[in-house]
Ligand binder design. Sequence first.
Ligand code: ZN
Ligand code: ZN
Length: 133
Amino acid sequence: MQHQGSCLCGAVKYAVTGSFNAFYLCHCARCKKGTGTAHGANLFASNAQIDWLQGLEKVKRYQHLNTRHVKSFCTDCGSPLPTHDHDLNCVVVPAGSLDTDVPISPSAQIFVKSRAAWFNDIAHTHCFNGLPK
Ligand SMILES: [Zn+2]
Ligand SMILES: [Zn+2]
């Protein structure tokens, strides 16, 4: 199965060939810093392949010092992009970067001990289709 995605500015486009085995919402401190939001939302595909359709020269890989935490991003717009995790031998795809449908639901929330306190009660927040009126 092939999945396609891109970054916010559109410079980078990619295709991932493979099947997603897991979809984790990760509340760890590194994912919070690395996304700037409540949690990472990454799909994992074992033995999958990333093909960079355009903009490979804009893709920077960041490996956090002395950890296995790794992420790739567009050097123009900063959007998270897929990464090949060599330790796990799988491709990690930020769910929000996909342009094709995400074919599975989240498998689990992980590292919930680090969950942002402000994220605990969001079921009761007001919802608007656009900006609040
Ligand atoms: Zn970009
Ligand atoms: Zn994490």
